[in-house]
Design a protein around this ligand. Structure first.
Ligand SMILES: [Zn+2]
Length: 134
């Protein structure tokens, strides 16, 4: 499957670098994009949800399989790719979460209300429980 065929299935897709995007995770109520997508030079597509959804949940909710993301290379990936995401991917995510918390803090400091969806997302950013599968 070409990465473009995956990206059209996702919402709020935004490029973050060459062969890298973030999008809303289709496996949970994602108000801010937490799904990282990476296309490798050999055509494999890697996914990681920084909110904690398993890749199985993500691809199942898209009606896809591992074979769609990495044709003929699923077993190879399981053996060799223990850390498909770099430290800079993780730092980019932490930076986004920090910005989200700071943005909410500014709203509260200015006396502006935050709605339930913003509150839930803020609690997710502050919580470790949703990251159980990282
Ligand atoms: Zn998710």
């Amino acid at each position: 499957m070409a990465v473009d065929d995956l990206l059209v299935k996702l919402e709020r897709v935004r490029p973050t670098g060459k062969g890298r995007w973030v999008a809303k995770c289709p496996a949970h109520q994602d108000s801010n994009p937490s799904l990282s997508i990476r296309e490798l030079d050999d055509g494999r597509i890697l996914l990681h949800d920084f909110a904690g959804c398993s890749i199985e949940d993500v691809i199942n909710s898209l009606g896809l399989s591992f074979e769609d993301l990495m044709p003929g290379k699923v077993n190879e990936l399981k053996k060799n790719e223990h850390r498909p995401f770099t430290a800079s991917d993780a730092l980019r995510c932490v930076s986004f979460e920090a910005l989200l918390v700071a943005s909410a803090a500014c709203r509260v400091a200015a006396g502006q209300p935050i709605d339930n969806s913003d509150r839930e997302r803020l609690l997710l950013a502050l919580s470790c429980k949703a990251r159980k599968k990282m």
